[in-house]
Write a protein that binds this ligand. Sequence first.
Ligand SMILES: [Zn+2]
Length: 184
Amino acid sequence: MVIPHGMTQPASTYKIERTCNECGHAEAVFVTKREGAFELCDVDTLLGTECKNCAATTFTTAYQRPDLDFELMKEWATNEDLYLMQQDEDLILADELYLDLILQILDTVSIQGYKRNILMAALCVIVYDNTNKSKAQKNEQLKQRVIAELNKRQDKLKLADNWIMDYIKNVVYPQLALGKQKPV
Ligand SMILES: [Zn+2]
């Protein structure tokens, strides 16, 4: 594996556990942060396709998913071949934890196409979540901040329009100042 310059070989500390659906026998492998974030390791290749206990071939696999940092998110955003998961990347990223990173990537990194759309969709999901959650779980301050950030990036939002689910749009768009604020 190629390690990006300036980085030392990271320790393999992120666990992938595979449990046999037949007998419950569990095996684990440990991967690096980067391998864990992008699911670069195929567990069946590492552990074999059969359970070592009963030779069954159906498993349940649990990934310990590392938090993304700027370097990992930038690499994901600029490399079309990298996935955080095969589906629902916008849901993984729709986390207050990642808000600053998402904004930093949108504003400082040149991203083509769908990765940028996923980041914009993730911002909409944050607004959606914090509109629909129960009152105790809602974070109104976070929601208002993301609404303001979306209003500043209406050009990018327009490009991402087809990527955002209708049920999200129906909740989020009426809360935005669409067309009222010039894109910055
Ligand atoms: Zn088994």
